[in-house]
Design a protein. Sequence first.
Length: 396
Amino acid sequence: MAELILHPGKERSLFKRHPWIFDTSVAHLGGHARSGDTVTIQDDRGKPLAKAAFSPQSKIRARVWSFDVDTTIDHAFFKRRVAEAVARRRAFPELAGQAGLRLIHAESDGLPGVIADQYGDTVVVQLTSAGAEKWRSAIVDGLQKATGCARIYERSDSEVRGLEGLEPTTGWLLGEVPANEIVIEEHGVTMAVDIVAGHKTGFYLDQRDNRRLLAELSKGKRVLNCFCYTGGFSLQALAGGAASVLSIDSSQPALDRAAANLALNLRLKAAKAEWRCANVFDELRKLKAAGETFDLIVLDPPKFAPSASHAERASRAYKDINLLGFKLLAPGGFLMTYSCSGGIGVELFQKIVAGAACDAGRTARIVKRLQGAADHPVDLAFPEGEYLKGLLLQAD
């Protein structure tokens, strides 16, 4: 096994159990290692510190599998890690019976580059790192054994794979194509999930709890849902008794799916829903010019800052969209605003939103801090895992 030797002092992050080793921390590679191979991380004096997956083309040169240098990284290791991740979800009462569930949350489950979501008897897996690619057969086998699922589909088409020198790949790894579309129920609302062409693995499971909160706040309110995708927040607002729900997205196919999802729920009143295909920024300006206001606004934009290097440009976009949101919010109304950008931290996001409120001439209070659901845990040593952050605000 090759050794990855660190520059002096660069071992400190490993002592804090952070799983990433950046290229600038590496002095040299002792021995030969190919992409995805397991290497031993050593400090400048040759002391072994961890075992990690080597990625020669990535700025994250290695990702730690284990901080125990005596651990053997083999098929049994991955089957065990997968089983442990699945067992953690089963032990959490609020996750019991969920038809849509994240089973593996990458670094926070000790499996960097591995995402696995379950929709009924179908598991969707996404492998985004060189190490995960190397051990794909063990990971897939572990998922089948831990869940007893009927089929596994791969959605390894994220742009992140390119940074690892990997080509995008999708397709069925286990089982046959289901005869009918995949449908899940979330808090009493039925949703179809497109695991082949949908965003991420087909659905935004991380917002499950926040959609329930929206339903609780929606009764009798005029709701505006921005970047609505396939209507998860919109349908929960209708289920909660909203007076009306205007949903805006720039993707007509997503809006078509949202309308189809609404049709799956016969008890929800379609007449209260409007689906509008438009650029959200432009449409909000038009709504403001028309004198429109809303009692409850959801701002759940796409990732504006995939990394910290994009933070400055992304900050302007978050400031702009939240400024428009405050201008459209009725007095006493609620704003649910989110960032899923890893390059925007919790403190920076609050600062951006506070600046938007100030520029809009609004006084707003944080009613609740919002985050991903319980099946999206965040390792204490890996704050980067807290990509989804949000605020529920009430403005005068």
